[in-house]
Design a protein around this ligand. Structure first.
Ligand SMILES: C[S@@+](CC[C@H](N)C(=O)[O-])C[C@H]1O[C@@H](n2cnc3c(N)ncnc32)[C@H](O)[C@@H]1O
Length: 287
C-alpha cells in the first residue's frame, strides 16, 4: 500500500490527537514537514494505517512525546554552511569589531537561537576567539545559545563530540579548541566560558529559563535551519522577535534555504548568495 498517499488522506486524525496534548498546536508546523514526521512514525511503529497508528498512540502514552520530539530536527554541524562562516570570519566580524572600537564599546553580544547540541555557538566562539586573540585587548564577547530542547542543551553544555562531528574543522582548529578524551573531542573552557546555554522557546516565550527581556541589543543573531519547519505566520512571529532583538546595525544570519523567508520580512540581504541580513530601516515597524 502507498503509505504516503494514505497518510495524506487521513493524517488529520493524528493532528487531532496531537492537538489534545497540553501546549501543542500542530498548525504552526509546515504541512509537508508535519506529514513527513507522521509518516516516519508510522513506519517506525510498523503501523499500516493512520487508524492503526491512532490505536497504537492510545495504548502507548509515550508515543505522544516521541512524535512531538520528532517535530524538532536537531541535525547540526560545526561550521555548517562554509560560505556563511567564511563571510562571518572575513567580513562581518572584522567590521563589527571596528564598529565597536569606534563606538568605544567593549562587548560583542551574540544570540545563537535554535543552537541544537552547541555546534553553531562553538563555531562562532572559535571565530570570535581567533578574531579578537591578542589583537584587540579589552574587547570581549558573550554568546547566548538557546534551544527549546533541554536534552540538546545538556549535550551542548557537556561539549563532547565524536571525531566525525569535527569533519569540517581544520586540524589546527580541532587541536587548538578541543581536547582529545575517551575517543572523542571535548570543547575547551576558553570557548565554554563565553557561552550561556539556556532553554528558550521562540514561539512560547514563557517556556524559557531566562526572561525574554535579556534578548535584546544583539550585534549578531544567528538562527539557522529552524524557520523552514514552521508555517509562514509562525516564521513572521519569530522574525518579529528578532527584529526587536537586534542592536542598531546588527546582523541576522539564517540558513541558506531560508533566504526568501527572511527577505519577505523587514530585512535586506547584505551579502548576495549568503543568508546574511540587516534590518531594512525604511520598513521597520516602530518599537
Ligand atoms: C535543525 S536544528 C539547527 C541547529 C543549528 N542552528 C544549525 O543550523 O546547525 C534546529 C534546532 O532548532 C530548535 N528549535 C525548533 N523550534 C524551536 C523553537 N520554537 N524555539 C527554540 N528552538 C527551537 C530544535 O530543537 C533544533 O535543535
Amino acid at each position: 500500500m502507498n503509505c504516503r498517499l494514505m497518510v495524506k488522506m487521513n493524517f488529520s486524525g493524528v493532528t487531532r490527537l496531537l492537538d489534545q496534548t497540553p501546549g501543542m498546536q500542530s498548525s504552526i508546523y509546515e504541512p509537508a514537514f508535519l506529514q513527513a514526521s507522521i509518516e516516519k512514525r508510522l513506519q517506525e511503529t510498523g503501523c499500516g494505517s493512520v487508524e492503526e497508528y491512532c490505536g497504537y498512540w492510545e495504548q502507548n502514552p509515550v508515543e505522544e512525546q516521541i512524535l512531538r520530539a520528532s517535530l524538532h530536527n536537531h541535525f547540526s554541524e560545526f561550521f555548517r554552511d562554509p560560505l556563511t562562516f567564511a563571510i562571518l570570519e572575513c567580513s562581518v566580524l572584522p567590521e563589527l569589531i571596528q564598529k565597536k572600537k569606534n563606538d568605544k564599546r567593549s562587548e560583542i553580544r551574540i544570540w545563537s537561537a535554535g543552537c541544537a547540541a552547541g555546534q553553531e555557538p562553538y563555531s562562532l566562539a572559535i571565530l570570535l576567539e581567533e578574531a579578537l586573540g591578542n589583537y584587540h585587548p579589552g574587547m570581549t564577547y558573550r554568546i547566548f545559545a538557546t534551544d527549546v530542547d533541554e536534552t540538546q542543551l545538556n549535550e551542548a553544555r557537556l561539549g563532547y563530540y565524536p571525531a566525525a562531528a569535527l569533519g569540517k574543522l581544520s586540524l589546527k582548529r580541532a587541536e587548538t579548541w578541543f581536547t582529545w578524551q575517551g575517543g572523542g573531542y571535548v570543547v575547551k573552557d576558553a570557548l565554554k566560558n563565553n557561552i550561556n546555554f539556556s532553554t528558550f522557546d521562540l514561539i512560547q516565550e514563557e517556556r524559557g529559563s531566562p526572561p525574554a527581556s535579556i534578548f535584546g541589543d544583539f550585534d549578531l543573531l544567528v538562527c539557522c535551519n529552524l524557520l523552514i519547519y514552521y508555517q509562514p505566520e509562525t516564521r513572521a512571529l519569530i522574525l518579529d522577535r528578532f527584529e526587536h532583538s537586534l542592536a542598531r546595525g546588527g546582523t541576522l544570519v539564517a540558513g541558506a534555504a531560508e533566504r526568501r523567508v527572511v527577505l519577505a520580512h523587514h530585512f535586506r540581504e547584505v551579502y548576495p548568495q549568503a543568508a546574511i541580513f540587516q534590518l531594512n530601516r525604511a520598513t521597520r515597524k516602530p518599537t
